[in-house]
Design a protein around this ligand. Structure first.
Ligand code: PGA
Length: 259
């Protein structure tokens, strides 16, 4: 099952996950990280630079989860730019080693397969950072996505476009389509770390961790994975039935176990 870790706030979550990532990079300078965009992973990215001082990050590799289809690559909210601004530059990573699905219309027909091949050629993702949408999506796998899906084009739900309108001038500017790693792709990563903060995510988190495994709530796919850490604040944990047990488990966690 997923290990659920309830922390005081997003900053504490960021510190916890950043420590794990730094450990991975120290252990394997070529490590392949699975990167996410949106507000959720920001505390992790913010916690990393000071922890990475003196650590060689020149060979770290990374794959982002998703990208908007047809967005102007120069648009500040294209995920290529978000990853550059929030991850590559502050952490000092090599841009050549950090990949984002290609949302250009001209190559979209084979962009999914190309991305899958690139992930496989890199040896797969070691640690995949995930957020979860209010509709339960992970990556941009909206409700109904196959658990076996690989990187492909999806249509964003009205809810997701509404949720992401805050990054654009208006909802009309939020692209209708995206290219996203599939649930099958995500499940192939060796360690999933799903973060969620705030009351607005409580229902999706409870469904993903404790609800039935169903394509109607794509986040529930994490229940099929042997190694998952769910790191949430109190508000995002507020609908979890077994929150006390998760706290008890974490308080009694053997020191030799990592995240
Ligand atoms: P958020 O989005 O981190 O901006 O809340 C999460 C998601 O849509 O996966």
């Amino acid at each position: 099952m997923a290990e659920v870790i309830i922390v005081a706030d997003a900053k504490a979550a960021g510190a916890l996950v950043a420590d794990e990532i730094v450990g991975l990079i120290r252990h394997d300078p070529d490590v392949v990280l699975g990167l996410a965009t949106g507000s959720t992973p920001v505390p992790v990215y913010e916690a990393l630079p000071e922890r990475l001082r003196g650590v060689d990050v020149s060979r770290v590799r990374g794959f982002a989860l998703d990208e908007y289809v047809g967005i102007d690559p120069a648009h500040p909210e294209s995920y290529r730019n978000v990853i550059r601004r929030e991850v590559i530059e502050p952490l000092g990573l090599d841009p050549e080693r950090i990949h984002v699905p290609n949302g250009a219309i001209s190559t979209i027909e084979h962009a999914g397969e190309d991305y899958e091949r690139a992930i496989a050629a890199a040896g797969g993702v070691e640690l995949q950072i995930l957020g979860i949408g209010t509709d339960g999506h992970i990556g941009f796998n909206e409700p109904g996505s196959s658990f076996a899906s690989s990187t492909r084009v999806k249509t964003l739900t009205a809810q997701t476009r509404q949720d992401n309108a805050r990054f654009f001038d208006s909802i009309d500017q939020v692209p209708m389509h995206c290219i996203t790693q599939g649930l099958g792709t995500i499940l192939r990563a060796r360690h999933l770390v799903l973060l969620a903060f705030g009351e607005g995510k409580a229902e999706a988190v409870a469904g993903a961790v404790e609800g039935p495994v169903t394509a109607s709530l794509p986040g529930s796919a994490i229940q099929l994975h042997p190694r998952v850490s769910v790191v949430v604040d109190e508000a995002a944990a507020s609908r979890l039935q077994h929150a006390d047990y998760y706290r008890y488990t974490y308080d009694n966690k053997p020191a030799w176990q990592g995240l």
